[in-house]
Design a protein around this ligand. Structure first.
Ligand SMILES: O=P(O)(O)OC[C@H]1O[C@@H](O)[C@H](O)[C@@H]1O
Length: 330
């Protein structure tokens, strides 16, 4: 039987996942040595069993080494396969060099994760300039989507919704959800001037007056995108929006700043947060059994799929002149 092992902070999601699948919930002991190094011990028998390490990567730099140590420990204790279940996958947004000399951290991160794990299971990774995770990751992935769950939530909780994407890149999520619930959608225009400084322009939405705006986004990180968008909609004669977001990271005080601007703010439980209202455990659990292979070593290393020339040029190029004063798309 497979065994679910949560990294610190992931115990709730791991327990729900184990319950959904009827799998054993294992335990990891972790602590910090006085000098800050990590101690990791697996308190379960993983011999010849598929092991799923549950580690959402909302604050990746805090727990990344611990996660890699746990994966390596499971492997050296003869686990049959070691998978990473990361409902939120980090480092997807540095998907090109926006300025000369920048580290392409999405690629580096993917290389390290691919060396540590046999498979990756995640939900709505931020695929903007990459066509799929296979462009970065050297191990098989299962990429799940929360759009149906968000659509169900909106359909049952919001009357007469107008789905609104806060920027052009959100159109993929918003359009998919709008179609599922047969609602109209619109997309705003965002210009990012810095990590915490964004500007959002709202097109003329007057023809949808009378509808309840529902902002839909994949990630709330600094929260500035949603804060700006939520503040703008009432200026066009709409009520305060409902916000639905897949990955509610809500760094710093962003949640407290967003709440007064909204009728409601809800997220999936990919990142444990007060706004969680949509559970992903059943979706993820359905994806896991298919991964159990026959006996023996299941490692299926392969180089990431080659990008075509256009994609490659996009990742490696940066403005030849001065860096732009704002960073598009991150
Ligand atoms: O504005 P914050 O919350 O920092 O960043 C999240 C936004 O930036 C984009 O890449 C995401 O798709 C989302 O729209």
């Amino acid at each position: 039987m497979r065994i679910i092992l949560p990294l610190p902070g992931n115990e709730g999601f791991a327990a729900r996942l184990a319950q959904e699948g009827g799998w054993e919930l294992g335990k990891l002991e972790t602590r910090r040595f006085p000098d800050g190094e990590s101690y990791v011990r697996i308190l379960a028998d993983v011999t010849d069993r598929p092991v799923d390490l549950v580690c959402t990567l909302a604050r990746p730099d805090e727990g990344f080494l611990r996660m890699v140590f746990a994966a390596d420990a499971a492997r050296s204790l003869s686990a049959r396969e070691v998978n990473l279940v990361a409902p939120y996958l980090a480092y997807m947004r540095q998907d090109r060099r926006f300025q000369a000399g920048e580290a392409l951290t999405s690629m580096t991160f993917a290389r390290i994760v691919s060396a540590a794990f046999d498979r990756l299971v995640t939900v709505d990774p931020h695929l903007h300039r990459y066509p799929a995770l296979s462009a970065l990751y050297g191990v098989p992935d299962t990429t799940l989507h929360a759009s149906q769950l968000l659509a169900d939530w909106i359909a049952s909780e919001v009357e007469g919704p107008l789905l609104v994407g806060p920027d052009e890149e959100s159109e993929q999520w918003v359009a998919a959800i709008a179609e599922r619930i047969d609602a109209p959608h619109a997309v705003l225009r965002k210009i990012r001037h810095g990590d915490r400084r964004v500007e959002v322009e709202v097109p003329d939405l007057a023809r949808w007056h009378g509808r309840q705006p529902v902002l839909v986004d994949d990630i709330a990180s600094s929260g500035r995108t949603l804060i700006e968008a939520a503040g703008k909609l009432p200026q066009q004669g709409f009520p305060k929006p409902v916000v639905t977001v897949v990955h509610g990271i809500f760094a710093e005080d962003s949640y407290e700043r967003l709440l007064p601007l909204c009728a409601r703010v809800v997220s999936t439980d990919s990142v444990s947060h007060d706004s969680n209202a949509i559970g992903l455990a059943a979706l993820v659990a359905r994806a896991l059994p298919a991964q159990v292979q026959g006996g023996g070593n299941v490692r299926q290393r392969r180089p990431p799929e080659p990008l075509d020339e256009v994609e490659r040029a996009g990742l490696d190029s940066f403005p030849a002149s001065d860096p732009p004063s704002w960073t598009a798309g991150r």
